[in-house]
Ligand binder design. Structure first.
Ligand SMILES: [Zn+2]
Length: 274
């Protein structure tokens, strides 16, 4: 019998401390028949993700793609076959083990536009920046969140698209969150793709707090959801960041300019109110 030794999914950025948290946006399952093993992907929370699949243990099995295998999820997959392992010698038993990681979005060759983003909350509100770039709480330099900002706001605040784009991922079924890393995988989120190949992530939304659907185009200023405190969050706030996807798949956050009542700023500063 094949040995399923490891199944570790690692995903993107909904969490505070890391862009490599676990989440079920991408699920991989396998079945074994007549010595062959088929790998299937289910992706109900995203229509665009980059997945890196590794087989650490492979005994008497030939893969249909070279391993490790990087592939793109391009729509809402429901048990879509992505890989097959075929028994090489019918007389010898097979064994395999695998793990995978993924990020929302895909790598792009387009160059990043120095876009001026708009504030992701209504102009009638004035919100304090709880943490900015290289924040010492959870946006440390060198991490995938290094250019993220945390905007303090009451639960239920309308979250506006900061730039036009297309919704490529969301989750809104979680109702848990708090000040512990154990909540890391519990956050609700929206990811929006922009026309220069960058993405925005809006994180910690409240349960049921997503007002868009996968594939929906949005304009800057469109209400896309409602803020909350799901996931690893010490207080109600919006974790907001702009990123590109690297190859092999990884989150690369980038600094961004923002139009505020104080003018266009290069960075939203911790402790400032905008
Ligand atoms: Zn954050």
């Amino acid at each position: 019998m094949p040995l399923l030794s490891a199944l570790i999914g690692a995903a993107l950025t909904r969490t505070h401390a890391s862009a490599q948290g676990l989440d079920e946006a991408i699920k991989i399952s396998t079945d074994s028949q007549d010595g062959s093993v088929r790998f299937f992907v289910t992706s109900h929370r995203t229509i665009e993700a980059s997945v890196l699949l590794r087989c650490d243990l492979l005994q008497n099995l030939s893969p249909s793609h070279p391993l490790p295998y990087t592939f793109l999820v391009t729509r809402d997959y429901n048990n879509y076959e992505v890989l097959r392992l075929t028994q090489a010698d019918k007389q010898i038993p097979t064994r395999f083990g695998y793990h995978f990681m993924f990020v929302m979005g895909s790598a792009s060759s387009r160059s990043t536009v120095d876009h001026v983003y708009s504030l992701p909350y209504p102009a009638s509100m004035h919100c304090e920046i709880g943490q900015s770039y290289f924040g010492t709480k959870s946006h440390q330099a060198g991490t995938a969140d290094q250019y993220a900002v945390d905007i303090t706001m009451p639960v239920g605040t309308p979250v506006l698209a900061a730039r036009a784009g297309t919704v490529i991922a969301y989750r809104d079924d979680s109702n848990s969150g708090g000040n512990s890393e154990s909540f890391k995988e519990c956050c609700n989120y929206i990811h929006i793709k922009h026309d220069d190949g960058t993405y925005a992530a809006y994180v910690h939304l409240k349960q049921g707090g997503v007002a868009v659907r996968l594939g929906q185009p949005v304009n800057a200023g469109t209400v896309i959801g409602y803020s909350g405190q799901t996931g690893w969050a010490t207080c109600p706030h919006l974790h907001f960041m702009i990123y590109r996807v690297g190859n092999p798949p990884q989150v690369q956050t980038i600094p961004f300019r923002m139009a505020t009542p104080k003018g266009i700023v290069k960075q939203l500063l911790q402790g400032e109110i905008y």
